[in-house]
Design a protein around this ligand. Structure first.
Ligand code: NAD
Ligand code: UDP
Length: 315
């Protein structure tokens, strides 16, 4: 029975990945500092004898006294509000943390997947974004702790691959949403849904004409697993995301409708360096992995609104 490490496994995406890997019969060790993740996200997994939680900050060397075949590295703060508040920690996690996890994978002779981001493309001048695009990132701006952290992480992963032959894959994840997101983390989906459910104004930053392309977490997890478990694709970098692009203003309207809310819209300042357009070109994921998202925005938002509604009712 193969063992997977999921670093960042108590977070939003990581918790769905842990559950799915257990369903497929893997042993799973969730390694997490609980910086943003919570035990609550994985509480339904703890009774499974193939699941373990190890509280650990990946900026320190990881010790696991058993064979490991796969390392999924998802450990990093991911919300712009949050990573800007913890900028040095975010840089260190993606730099030192990634380096140490790569060393761990090498010692274990394990395959390594790095959760990178569409933020490596910055405020893109090429649209939609292909893996071959090098990006337009402000290296000293307020988002650079994350963007450059991930770019450095990618460089580490590829350098390790070239120098040691370590089997690696990089997923460039585009905006993903779903249950287990944290209500107060500042990202657009939790913000809009919690505001809509409370009938409080939905806060649209800038004029709301900036776009994002939103992928449901269930689809993303299938993409991550396919990328990890496919043989003979070491060193590949693949965009994973949904290609239906919408403006933030349209998103606010859809959330309001799905949450049957009476909330109004309120305009706030656009944060510095907020990317204007973002949409993945997923030709490579389709060809290499036979992967594409299946869940529509409406369907995914219904599930996510239900999740946030259940949190509200439970509180
Ligand atoms: P999240 O904040 O819910 O999960 C991140 C997890 O990593 C948390 O459980 C947190 O406690 C843990 N963590 C952070 N720093 C750590 C450290 N130093 N040591 C150990 N654990 C640490 O965020 P998420 O949305 O689930 O994102 C997961 C990964 O996917 C991140 O690497 C993120 O950069 C990447 N990603 C996410 C999105 C998205 O839209 N959700 C988009 C692009 C990339
Ligand atoms: N945004 C918004 N209102 C909010 C939160 C975010 O209009 O309450 C906008 C934000 O300015 C950005 C987009 O929604 O243009 C997505 O923001 P998020 O923080 O979710 O992720 P990003 O893609 O910027 O990393």
């Amino acid at each position: 029975m193969n063992t997977c490490i999921v670093a960042g496994g108590a977070g939003f995406i990581g918790s769905h990945l842990c559950r799915s890997l257990l369903e497929k019969g893997y042993r799973v060790i969730c390694v997490d500092s609980f910086a943003t993740g919570t035990e609550k996200n994985v509480h339904n997994l703890v009774d499974n004898s193939r699941f373990k939680i190890k509280k650990h900050d990946i900026r320190e060397p990881l010790m696991i006294n058993e064979p490991v075949q796969y390392v999924f590295h998802l450990a990093s703060r991911a919300s712009p509000v949050d990573y800007q508040k913890h900028a040095l920690e975010t840089l260190e996690t993606n730099a030192f943390g990634t380096r140490l996890l790569l060393t761990f994978a090498l010692e274990k002779n394990a395959r390594f997947l790095f959760a990178s981001t569409s933020e490596v493309y910055g405020d893109p001048e090429e649209h939609p974004q292909k893996e071959s695009y090098w990006g337009n990132v402000n290296p000293i701006g307020i988002r650079s702790c994350y963007d450059e952290g991930k770019r450095f992480g990618e460089s580490l992963v590829m350098t390790m691959h070239r120098e040691t032959g370590l089997d690696v894959r990089i997923a460039r994840i585009f905006n993903t949403y779903g249950p287990n997101m944290t209500a107060g983390d500042g990202r657009v989906i939790p913000n809009f849904i919690t505001q809509a459910l409370a009938n409080k104004p939905l806060t649209i930053y800038g004029d709301g004409s900036q776009t994002r392309s939103l992928c449901y977490v269930g689809d993303l997890v299938v993409g991550l697993e396919t990328l990890m478990f496919k043989d003979n694709i070491s060193g590949e970098v693949v965009n994973l995301g949904n290609t239906s692009e919408i403006t933030i203003k349209e998103l606010a309207q859809i959330v309001k409708k799905i949450a049957t809310s009476t909330a109004i819209f309120e305009t706030k300042d656009l944060p510095e360096d907020d990317p204007t357009r973002r949409c993945p070109d997923i030709t490579k994921a389709k060809q290499l992995l036979n992967w594409e998202p299946r869940v529509s925005l409406e369907e995914g938002l219904e599930k996510t609104v239900s999740y946030f509604r259940s949190l509200k009712e439970g509180s």
